[in-house]
Design a protein around this ligand. Sequence first.
Ligand code: SAH
Length: 347
Amino acid sequence: MKTNIKNYNLDILKEELKRIGEKPFRAEQIFKWIYQEKVDSFDKMTNLSLELRKKLDENFTLGIFKIVKKLESIDGTKKYLFDVQDENGNMIESVLMQYHHGYTICVSSQIGCKMGCKFCASTGIPFERNLLAGEIVEQILAIERDTGITISNIVFMGIGEPLDNFDNVMNAIQIINNPKGLNIGARHISISTSGIVPKIYELADREEKIQCTLSISLHSSNNKKRSEMMPVNNAYPIEELIKACRYFIKKTNKRISFEYALAKDNNDNLEDAKELVKLLDGMLAHVNLIPINPIEKGKYTKSTNENIIKFRDYLNEHGIVATIRRELGSDIDAACGQLRRKNLKNK
Ligand code: SAH
């Protein structure tokens, strides 16, 4: 079977080319065609000899996705359902969002998710497999080809737990970050995790080379409540998570962003805000408050605007920088996993 050439970072592609009897410097030309010209066939790599183009085609694929569905929100957010063209007909989602500072794509890292967070649309649907690096970068390229725009930010906040697919995600980040690849600065790449503690340490130790931003899906500062919302908390409780975060900050000197989805009468009262202030005391942190996006048959509902503002103000008044995330694309099921879930149910 042919391999997706987008699974290779530049160094590995050089090795692969040597293996098929080609000069390694061709890797840079090929990278340019894939990630800067964004071509969808080897045939379009016109500064390579016909013979080499044929050889590439015989050995590799470009792993081009098919757009199954595209929904556009009134706020400009676009949500894509892609057929990854594997033998099982798997589908994943990616979302394009427009902010004043540019375009952001929210990418998926796995087909399904094992974490089982109670409020998430991916819960209850079987986990299929990890995405390969090439399938992570193709999400970006497919959207760039479709829209003609250039992306400036990537967030790993789509379907899946990126730290549960560590090697492929790291490999994809190298390609995204490489000046000869997608050339997106590491500071413009965020990884979001439900809190897989050993992998946070591993990321911190690699950060000297990588430098991307870390987001932690916290959602509660109280072990009992957090375990109810997120089973991962049973394996890695809050104290251990925060210890790993402090290590990450010390090692990288970078601020961590804590995601906190507010659910009515669950984690949104002043007691919760107080606990959060205590937990993050003195930390280089930022809190991102998200009105929870209710899922079908889920037990959580959205906090009132009044509570959300009160919660934010309490944090800000107590020395913690907190902002409320603008809700984008709520009219098109833009929350993680909702489109894939719907599509699977219709089958
Ligand atoms: N597994 C990773 C990344 C994917 S989820 C993680 O847990 O961080 C991306 C973000 O969306 C996480 O912060 C997650 O907690 C949040 N999220 C998932 N479902 C949500 C919902 N229904 N409403 C609001 N936020 C949600």
